[in-house]
Design a protein around this ligand. Structure first.
Ligand code: NMX
Ligand code: MLT
Length: 446
């Protein structure tokens, strides 16, 4: 298989680079840790290693060194669409090179071979109460698939050097099945349909998803979802879903256990659930003012949200300090296709007002929009209006990045994660010692 071949041939070089860093330069200081980082969610503490993507605070995401516009330009396009094949992006993340169309199609063909779902998984989803959140169903389904884990089955008979091969098998199986599971949850939960969706090997990942979701404008939605899965795939290693997946994977739990944890992290309102929250916020705004409000009304509505102690969903970021390029790309996609859409105009207006409000409040380190401020508007336009489902869409995309990281973490023999904790008293003692040191005049030579 092409992915196996390509990763295999570069492994010796990567392993040697990591060995050299770990053994020959073990004591070189990368970062120091401040009290603010210890009490403040490890913000900015540099302590994770990945070569798959990097978020520059002033620029945004680069996948294997490439910005989003570069990725969209260079990856081979899907037949009949303007957006790249998702299989090409997975190849780029896993291999680190831009694939030819043939290579991207090979990944797509792997997915088509692996997309069948055991019957008990559908039954399990169907047996849940209808009001169960889509993310709960999605995470449960991923966990239920763990029965099939190649990694878990082979674990006792594998050498460490071979872990990544089983991890790759599991990752391809899992990513192939996610669109089918997500579409099943969507049609069952919101339309009461329990027909099992079927992956068509003649169609690519994006078109399969659009067809299984039964969206009216299948072609347009397929292009949106190719873009959507690509831009949501990875955001370096420190975001909560990637980090949760990595942490759990580091115990040598298989990718199903690991990714289910990642999904559970994504389900939080400060992370992936913000896409659902953001659209709910926009719709509520439109409802309150019977359409697109005046700038003054919007300004007041934003302040009311802050004054009630809530965050404005879709704005701010842990790392980014500029407008999220994922926001910009989706905005451009929407403006090219449906510039006169009411909700799009509203999202544009929010972009004009909310950063100003957040600046006036003076708390958020970044007042700019993130990926979640606009993704729901595009879904809504294509008729996927059940916004409680949106985070599952994020999850299908995020799987591509975190499973690529999982494969490489096993390939490079990354160890179990185990940071050290401190007590409050210990931190207070460190502060006292630092103050005393500052107060003592340095001894000058006589
Ligand atoms: N609305 C109101 N307050 C905010 C916002 C916002 N959009 N963003 C940050 N703040 C507040 C934040 O709650 C914190 O307040 P306090 O000191 O009272 O705890 C203060 O500003 C400083 O926070 P930051 O250091 O700027 O942000 P942090 O790195 O802690 O958190 C987010 C980052 C993304 C969690 C935060 O900006 C937020 O809650 N945004 C809204 C939710 C959201 O859009 N999440 C999605 C992120 C992207 N994703 O998909 O995961
Ligand atoms: C993400 O895509 O994971 C979010 O932007 C959150 C993050 O990077 O912290």
């Amino acid at each position: 298989m092409i992915l196996h071949e390509k990763i295999s041939e570069q492994l010796p070089k990567w392993r040697e680079r990591i060995r050299a860093l770990a053994k020959e330069h073990a004591d070189v200081v990368v970062d120091t840790v401040t009290i603010s980082e210890v009490v403040g969610g490890m913000r900015d503490t540099k302590s994770l290693l990945t070569d798959i993507s990097y978020v520059d605070p002033a620029e945004g995401i680069r996948f294997r060194g490439m910005s989003i516009p570069e990725v969209l330009k260079k990856l081979p396009k899907a037949r009949g669409g303007k957006m790249p094949l998702v299989g090409g992006l997975y190849y780029l993340l896993l291999v680190g090179e831009v694939p030819t169309k043939e290579q991207a199609m090979e990944v797509e063909a792997e997915w088509a071979k692996r997309a069948s779902i055991p019957d008990y998984v559908f039954k399990m989803i169907k047996s849940m109460p209808t009001e169960t959140h889509a993310m709960t169903l999605f995470s449960q389904a991923v966990l239920a698939l763990q029965n099939d884990s190649v990694f878990a089955q082979k674990y006792h008979n594998m050498k460490k050097d071979a872990y990544w091969e089983a991890a790759l098998e599991d990752s391809l199986n899992l990513t192939a099945r996610l669109p089918v599971i997500a579409a099943y949850i969507y049609r069952l939960k919101y339309f009461g349909e329990s027909k099992k969706p079927k992956y068509n090997p003649k169609q690519d990942y994006g078109l399969n998803f659009a067809r299984m979701m039964r969206v009216e404008d299948k072609k347009g939605y397929a292009d949106l979802m190719r873009l959507y899965f690509i831009i949501h795939s990875d955001h370096e290693s420190g975001n909560a879903s990637a980090h949760a997946t990595h942490l759990v994977g580091s115990t040598l739990s298989d990718v199903y256990y690991a990714f289910s944890s990642g999904l559970n992290a994504l389900a939080g309102p400060l992370h992936g659930l913000a896409n659902q929250e953001s659209l709910a916020w926009l719709l509520d705004l439109r409802k309150q003012f019977g359409g697109v409000p005046s700038r003054e009304d919007l300004y007041k509505y934003a302040w009311d949200t802050l004054n009630s102690g809530r965050v404005i969903p879709g704005y701010g970021h842990g790392v980014l300090r500029v407008i999220d390029p994922r926001f910009v790309t989706q905005m451009e996609f929407a403006k090219q296709r449906f510039p006169d859409d009411d909700l799009l105009r509203l999202a544009d207006m929010v972009l004009d007002v909310v950063p100003q409000v957040l600046k006036e409040q003076g708390k958020a380190k970044s007042p700019a929009p993130n990926v979640d401020a606009i993704s729901g508007t595009l879904q809504y336009y294509y008729g996927v209006r059940e916004f409680e489902f949106y985070t599952a869409l994020f999850g299908v995309g995020r799987a591509l990045g975190v499973t690529a990281n999982y494969v490489w973490a096993r390939a490079l023999g990354q160890p179990i994660e185990r940071p050290k904790s401190m007590t409050t008293k210990m931190l207070e003692d460190i502060v006292t010692a630092a103050k005393t040191e500052q107060a003592v005049p340095t001894q000058q030579p006589v």
